[in-house]
Design a protein around this ligand. Structure first.
Ligand code: RIB
Ligand code: CA
Length: 311
């Protein structure tokens, strides 16, 4: 029995690998992909999600466009990291598969209301605008969600967009507040984890050596994508953020962390979008998230290579 999931995404080369990993894994049933503005504006993220599905030979996947901007704040994008298209690296053809006509938020609500309790896992790997608005539009979806496994935030690592904030949470901190206070079980994959998942150059070359359209395109994406973080942090590889969410569903034993209270800064411009992780329980507040800070990077990269070799 495969696990029903929905990926909410702002592709983004790392988002693309997360989508490919999900499509390559029969343990998961991808009910649909909802797209959001983030790395690049919504028209591009909605196109990029379909480019990735067609690259995987899956034009049947339902792709929806969601929110074009955060709930309250102006959109902040990351072309410096992902390129003007958001998927720079390979030259993928424009998508021919259609975008679904329904708004992503409406489809999320309808799909979740029709599900059994705890029936669907949400996998947000971009700003949380769509997820927050779905929870606001119809709170009755909350018990239908088994858990929200999201890439975002940081515990001790500091930010990658400001000194205090990671990109996905920084772009829409108010949406993150809605999600983290929703009462839905949250598993958070922060920079503390993803900055330990640095892509070895040899691994990227193993992807290219697969000799398949997926292998070649993924190697080209990641060869473009790795340069920004390596230059910024002096890392010996680029951090592969978003596929950690899917890998956690497939192999949770690759990850480690603990349940913590997590609050989102939505007032101070100095720390806007900071995930305040109470790792030591000083607030006495009840935990509202499983915070994953450790990863078996070799196992992670081995899993991706093995699965993508089958696409
Ligand atoms: O901070 C990393 C996150 O921001 C990833 O999801 C990446 O795709 C960008 O959206
Ligand atoms: Ca992303």
């Amino acid at each position: 029995m495969s696990r029903p999931i929905i990926i909410d995404t702002d592709p983004g080369q790392d988002d693309a690998v997360a989508i490919l990993l999900a499509l390559a894994s029969p343990e998961l049933e991808l009910l649909g992909i909802t797209t959001v503005a983030g790395n690049v504006p919504l028209p591009l993220t909605a196109a990029n999600a379909r480019k990735v599905c067609e690259l995987a030979g899956r034009p049947d996947v339902k792709v929806f466009a969601g929110c074009a901007r955060p709930m309250l704040r102006p959109l902040h994008t990351a072309e410096s990291v992902h390129g003007r298209t958001g998927l720079d690296g390979p030259d993928l053809p424009d998508p021919t598969m259609p975008l679904q006509p329904q708004h992503a938020v409406d489809w999320l609500v309808d799909t979740l209301l029709a599900a059994e309790d705890g029936g669907v896992t949400l996998c947000p790997i971009g700003p949380l605008t769509n997820i927050a608005l779905a929870l606001i539009k119809d709170p009755a979806i909350a018990p239908k969600i088994r858990e929200i496994v999201l890439m975002g935030g940081a515990a001790f690592e500091g930010g990658n967009t400001t000194p205090a904030a990671e990109f996905n949470i920084y772009v829409d901190p108010h949406a993150a507040h809605v999600v983290f206070t929703s009462g839905v079980p949250v598993t958070m994959v922060p920079l503390d984890c993803t900055h330990k998942a640095l892509m070895p150059r040899a691994w990227i070359e193993e992807l290219r050596a697969l000799g398949t359209p997926v292998g070649r395109a993924t190697a080209a994406m990641l060869s473009f994508y790795e340069r920004y973080d390596q230059a910024k942090y002096g890392m010996h590889g680029g951090p592969l953020h978003d596929p950690c969410v899917i890998a956690y569903l497939l192999a949770p034993g690759l990850f480690g962390g603990k349940d913590c209270p997590v609050a989102i800064e939505t007032a101070s411009e100095t720390t806007m979008g900071m995930t305040v992780v109470d790792w030591w329980g000083t607030t006495g507040h009840p935990p509202n998230a499983r915070v994953l800070t450790d990863i078996d990077a070799d196992g992670f990269f081995g899993l991706i290579l093995e699965r993508l070799s089958a696409l």
